[in-house]
Write a protein that binds this ligand. Structure first.
Ligand code: ARG
Length: 250
């Protein structure tokens, strides 16, 4: 009798331990991404979040031994979700900037980018300087927004801000702005997929190189180390190159 009780007790203790360890193994990191940014992150017909960033982070997670759940998160306020704990990771074609580094930690860079100018095919704009006194559309708080602020001044009323880059491009097509300044990958992708966009791109040498990083809450060294380890591993074994080729060719 006592023996049986003992066995039952140890049995449930073991079951409890198993449950606890499996709960730990299933630690899933919540990932914020603004999924209106193809080819980096967008939603397919099934509302699944897909894209270069998604595949990169999934590959990183597989190497580093953690799981990820992607959650479509508006760009405005996306970084704040790291501090509130709503998100553990932000991967969203985020450029590593000095200012951002003060309030969050970034992985090693995983992608090089730069700004491009999109204008109507009929536009006479040939360089960034030409945008000094014209209405320009940007996604709020992006490096494109910052670049135009530098040119026009922080308080310029000629900067029209949108919650997403596709919305800014739509406004350009509707004639509400004369140009859009945004990341190269996204505008190139847009024009490639919209043959009748009637837009062209201008590559101005004055734009600086940018590097995307994966962001975590400031001080989350443990998670950052895992991400960097995973990044190193996928760069080393060819997984990174395979994903890069799939989205950008060459
Ligand atoms: N690279 C630019 C930045 O960091 C734009 C990123 C926008 N990303 C997005 N998923 N909407 O400011």
């Amino acid at each position: 009798m006592i023996r049986r009780k003992f066995l039952a007790a140890t049995g449930s203790l073991i079951a409890g331990l198993l449950l606890a360890t499996s709960a730990q193994a299933a630690k899933v990191y919540q990932v914020g991404t603004d999924a209106a940014y193809a080819p980096f992150e967008s939603q397919n017909e099934k509302k699944e979040i897909v894209g270069f960033d998604v595949e990169i982070l999934k590959a990183v997670a597989a190497k580093a031994g953690f799981e990820v759940k992607f959650i479509n998160t508006p760009w405005e306020g996306i970084f704040a979700t790291l501090n509130t704990g709503e998100r553990d990771i932000v991967i969203s074609a985020v450029t590593i900037t000095k200012e951002r580094t003060q309030s969050m930690d970034f992985s090693k860079p995983y992608f090089e980018a730069k700004q491009l100018i999109a204008v109507s095919q009929k536009s006479k704009v040939t360089k960034f300087e030409d945008l000094k006194n014209v209405k320009v559309g940007v996604q709020t708080g992006t490096t494109g927004d910052e670049a135009v602020q530098k040119l026009q001044g922080k308080t310029s009323s000629n900067i029209k801000r949108f919650e997403s880059t596709p919305l800014a491009i739509k406004e350009l097509q509707n004639g509400g702005v004369r140009a859009v300044v945004a990341d190269n990958g996204v505008v190139v992708n847009f024009i490639a997929n919209n043959k009748n966009s009637k837009l062209k791109l201008i590559d101005d040498p004055s734009f600086e190189k940018e590097f995307y990083g994966i962001a975590v809450k400031k001080g989350n060294k443990e998670l950052l180390a895992k991400i960097n380890k995973g990044l190193d591993a996928i760069k080393k074994d060819g997984t990174y190159d395979k994903i890069y080729k799939k989205y950008f060719g060459k």
